[in-house]
Ligand binder design. Structure first.
Ligand code: ADP
Ligand code: MG
Length: 386
């Protein structure tokens, strides 16, 4: 008759930690209720089961090794084995086991305690989370630092730009006076040409004089228009707000943008009637030039940029559409974020739209974008009128 299952000491039965004994083949001889709970089956069913089959498949080899180690060396401590759990990740349990014999002549056996590691694990997990948060904060700090440095560089640059603006405004002003008398003189020459021509016997010379005069007037007109554009663009930095002709302002800015345009890009303009718009025209020019520059840069080979204006309710609506590369959702979502750029280093610093949005906001207006990748982008600028 086989002996009944070995009885555990009541102290071990009541222990809150799993306790179990195994025969030399690794089969369960006895276990306390805490161990039965850990294995998820009643103790009576478990007796005789090979211990390695009770652990997570990835821990089985380690469990067999633990048994072999205890038999060979007498004991082993802190062996972590995972136990499967229904609807939860495996529970790690740290085992301490030793060789043991119930009686001097009884076959050798193994006794083991397990220490579930969930609490320790959750502490470690918390630590890991805190660590990640710290690393994230550090990254943010580093980024903020880089942005500050870039902002400082931009400040230096905008100081230089302001000085350049003043210089341009000064030069344009200085050019205005001689332009005035050159224009007056040309006008005088044009009027006197028939009289002069009558005195000249050479018809060839007469024809050349007429042509030279026409060329000079055309050249003068071009110089005047450049000076006009420079003056309207390089207004002093302190914004002078007044009721302005937005269409005229836009036309001047478009002329500047055209000079920066590669030959494949056509800019067309459709101005609708607008009442005077109270704004700082120099700043609005800056916004429009930023939008035009982005539109032109979005066109890789050839394409078109269309500028339109219209009165919509009590807002002046300026749209700038391009047939360029367009933007995906992720890029659209980041527009206006300072230092956001998709251009290679040196080609853009990502401040154009950030500055523009600031200006538009100060005007009580709105700047919105819609775009389809591969098809193009439309920027809508709305400014309150009156
Ligand atoms: P930057 O031009 O220096 O990159 P911006 O603030 O002007 O800075 O623009 C930020 C980014 O927005 C650009 O790098 C580009 O990726 C995107 N973008 C702006 N306008 C357009 C446009 N019309 N078409 C495609 N992408 C655009
Ligand atoms: Mg730009």
């Amino acid at each position: 008759m086989s002996p009944g299952p070995p009885q555990l000491d009541p102290a071990l039965v009541q222990a809150s930690l799993p306790f179990l004994t195994l025969d030399a083949g690794g089969h369960l001889l006895a276990l306390n209720p805490a161990a039965a709970t850990l294995f998820g089956r009643p103790a009576s069913e478990l007796v005789g089961t090979a211990f390695p089959t009770l652990v997570d498949p990835f821990s089985r080899e380690k469990a067999a090794l633990l048994i072999a180690r205890v038999l060979a060396e007498g004991s082993a401590s802190d062996w972590e084995l995972n136990h499967p759990r229904p609807a939860a990740p495996p529970l790690p349990v740290s085992y301490t086991a030793w060789r043991w014999s119930p009686a001097p002549d009884a076959p050798v056996a193994i006794a083991a305690f397990g220490q579930p590691l969930s609490a320790a694990i959750s502490l470690a997990a918390q630590l890991a989370t805190t660590n990640q948060q710290l690393e994230g904060a550090l990254l943010q700090l580093e980024r903020a630092h880089a942005e500050l440095k870039a902002a400082q560089a931009q400040l230096v640059r905008s100081e230089k730009l302001r000085a350049l603006g003043q210089l341009v405004a000064g030069v344009a002003h200085e050019l205005n006076t001689p332009l005035g008398f050159v224009a007056g003189n040309l006008q005088f020459l044009a009027e006197q040409l028939p009289v002069l021509a009558a005195a000249c016997p050479d018809p060839q010379l007469r024809a050349e004089a007429v042509e030279a005069l026409a060329d000079s007037r055309e050249g003068l007109e071009r110089i005047s228009s450049v000076v006009r554009d420079l003056r309207s663009f390089a207004r002093p930095d302190s914004p002078t707000v007044h009721a302005a002709d937005l269409n005229a302002s836009l036309a001047a800015t478009v002329r500047i943008a055209r000079t920066l345009c590669p030959p494949g890009v056509i800019i067309s303009e459709h101005y609708g009637p607008l009442p005077p718009v109270v704004c700082a025209p120099g700043q609005i020019n800056q916004v429009v030039l930023n939008l035009l520059t982005n539109a032109v840069q979005a066109i890789s080979d050839s394409g078109s940029v269309t500028v339109t204006t219209a009165l919509e309710g009590d807002e002046a609506l300026v749209t700038i559409s391009d047939t360029g590369v367009g933007m995906d959702e992720a890029t659209l979502a980041r527009l206006g974020e300072p230092f956001f750029t998709t251009r290679p280093v040196g080609a853009g610093i990502g401040l154009g739209l950030a500055v523009s949005l600031g200006i538009v906001e100060r005007h009580g207006g709105r700047l919105e974008f819609s775009s389809t990748p591969g098809q193009g982008t439309t920027a809508c600028l709305r400014l309150p009128v009156g």
